[in-house]
Ligand binder design. Structure first.
Ligand SMILES: [Fe+2]
Length: 294
């Protein structure tokens, strides 16, 4: 456990997740305090700040201290803020699948997937709409040694196609019945190979890096060959004891590390509005656990 001189840290679960208290994010944090926030992110994988009062600009300013912010494809950004993705569902919406409703790591379909994301709660239903995260270090470390060796040498193909391809699970092509505007384009069908086990560049720890939303198959194998082992890994990665669950309130900010976690949005609040704003922090190409894998 790290010691913190400038922050108060309260873990919310055994596997991952901690609330940070005594910080006002509407003003620039001194460097030494921000470095402790970054340490807390590396130690707890997802960190939460409650009762923050942030304008979109302040949200952008704080999250951009972790790295350059990305403009997210397929989804219309907040007016005037190209790096803010509004995650919204209206009380009248009955969606086929809500945004972020299956376990995933944000944008793992991109060549350089984001380091992390920062999600700020604006409109929160009276109950439901929680977010869960799962610890992918723990998922990897609890596998048998032989399976770890096998996975260390594998790559996996990721793509946005099932979510954002034509007829994809969250595409609505600007249908006014949906608050979010999600459209497909040619980028949805491109494929990228990432290591199944990646080494976190800051902690040096190995994390499982396949997810049921964007991973299609193992590199060099058919989908049929890949599916049984992938399904096992998805179930294993989501074991309850590897997770934490966050109850949102307006003014809560969650910052998570996409390199060593997955997350899931609960869609259990039909009849209520929910609106959160996400910024997405740029990252590097995943580093494989095995040197033979490029
Ligand atoms: Fe997400």
């Amino acid at each position: 456990m790290n010691t913190y001189r400038h922050l108060e840290i309260h873990p919310i679960a055994g596997a991952l997740g901690a609330e940070i208290r005594g910080v006002d994010l509407s003003r620039p944090l001194p460097d030494e305090q921000f470095e402790e926030v970054r340490s807390a992110l590396h130690e707890h994988l997802v960190i939460f700040f409650r009762d923050q009062n942030l304008t979109p600009r302040q949200h952008v300013e704080f999250s951009s201290r972790f790295g350059e912010l990305l403009e997210v494809p397929f989804v219309r950004a907040l007016d005037g803020f190209p790096t803010i993705l509004p995650v919204m569902k209206g009380k009248a919406e009955k969606t086929r699948r809500n945004f972020g409703g299956l376990w995933h790591s944000d944008m793992s379909y991109s060549e350089k997937p984001p380091l992390g994301s920062a999600l700020y709660g604006r409109v929160i239903p009276p109950y439901g709409g929680d977010t869960m995260w799962a610890n992918m270090y723990r998922a990897y470390e609890t596998l048998s040694d032989r399976l770890k060796q096998v996975l260390d040498g594998l790559g996996a193909v990721h793509s946005a196609v099932r979510s954002y391809g034509a007829g994809g699970a969250v595409v609505n092509n600007g249908d006014p019945a949906h608050k979010m505007d999600v459209r497909t384009d040619e980028r949805a069908s491109s494929e990228v190979v990432h290591p199944v086990v990646r080494v976190h560049p800051a902690t040096g720890r190995k994390a499982l890096y396949v997810n049921s939303t964007y991973t299609l198959r193992f590199d060099g194998m058919t989908q049929e060959e890949s599916e049984p082992l992938l399904q096992f890994l998805y179930q294993h990665a989501a074991r309850p004891e590897f997770t934490c669950r966050f109850r949102w309130s307006p003014g809560s900010l969650a910052v998570w590390d996409n390199r060593c976690t997955q997350h899931l949005a609960m869609n259990d609040y039909d009849g209520f509005d929910r609106e959160l704003h996400r910024t997405t922090i740029s990252g590097d190409r995943p580093v494989p656990a095995s040197r033979t894998l490029q």
